[in-house]
Design a protein around this ligand. Sequence first.
Ligand code: P61
Length: 468
Amino acid sequence: MNFPSEPFKIKVVEPIRRTTREERDRLLKAAGYNLFRIPAESVYVDLLTDSGTSAMSDHQWAGLMLGDESYAGSRNYYHFEEAVRSIFGYTHVIPTHQGRMAENLLFSTVVKPGMCVPNNIHFDTTRANIEHQGAEAVNAVVKEAYDPHNESPFKGNMDLVRLEETINRVGPDRVPLVLLTITNNSGGGQPVSMANIRETRALLTRYRIPLFFDACRFAENCFFIKEREHGYKDRSILDIAQELFSYGDGCTMSAKKDGLVNIGGFLSLNDDRWAQDITNMLILVEGFPTYGGLAGRDLEAMARGLREVLEEDYLAFRVGQVRYLGDLLDHAGVPILKPVGGHAVYLNAKEFLPHIPQDQYPAQSLAVALYRDYGIRGVEIGTVMFGKRDAETGRTIHPELEMVRFAIPRRVYTNMQIAYVAESIIDLHRRRDGILGLRMVYEAPMLRHFTARFEELDHAMPVRQMVV
Ligand code: P61
């Protein structure tokens, strides 16, 4: 197993408080067994998300001091614009405070009721923003993506047959754009190959449909292309990224991931008309086009982060640390989604807890048990996040994958802390029979996982008696 050595040393530390199991048990009850409602101060290793949780470099922190907070034409905007153009290559660069605002601006401008937007797999904010426009969000990823044991190198790829079927079903006029999420977060952080991107582009050219990237983890995707795809071994990450984005017409980006910042995002695209409409909407809801809901200093940190994330030493460590956690678990027989993705390790909750039926939220139950016993926070990516209520029967339609994701913040935790996480999960796996299911007692109409509340079942309950 490869122990990934850190390509940095630590200059500033943030102490973390240890809590007791009793304290965590109390907190869980008060939070309705929803880990989003647990105070972060009471978490030892926080793997809820890799979004906005990165440690910035000294170079980025120094950049904060150079923030030009002018309302219009801040110098940091020009640095940022230059960084984005040099990597992504699109004409218009529109800053936003985070990824979902970029999505909202794009979809509220170009998506109309009755339209359809395919993606490999839509992330939840993307799906919600499309559905909010009265349109359909279709997942058309290759079917291997749904098999946790299939070790194909590019499980984030678009299934071109399904994509073409979808286009023909709804009619090309009703597909305003197609998205590719790189890496494919909801499918396990799996990369999309350059070959697949090229083929997707060729297909869409025939139908005159624009291709956009959901580019949050683009550098990790490019690293996988370099590692796994023939012909890219000797190319730089920047070079690979430039080629990749050249096949698209634009992108949305949450820079809270591969921008290595705590807040920030953008939208970048070539179409002048769309850019104009989006900019008008930006001014209405977000801010002036040279700051887009951010401070000048945030734009500077983002400009610097976007360059740093392309460094190969950094990426080898980053992807290596995630893989290290996955390998420790896999060797101990813990069921994980394979191959290990770029930003997170995913536990396969259906196999980890075969005694808990999907109606009792096995992935959520597993995440709760891990927090209670070890102070580690992951996130459920399963029925709570993606389950849908059947309009006629009222029953829940379950997603195919039922997972707990451990997303590793960038440059934040040491390999020793990662080893602690692995040992804890392995220990819990040995005692898995004692874990009980949950019952949902509150859900919001949209993005319910943020605010849902649960009760713990004190004995296994037959599925038909469940009220969800
Ligand atoms: C995450 F539970 N991801 O993975 P924003 N596209 C993609 C994302 O991964 C993504 C966004 C767009 C998060 C944060 C998160 O319900 C949740 O900057 C592929 O967060 O607006 C974000 O970017 C949106 C976690 C977001 C959630 C929503 O942890």
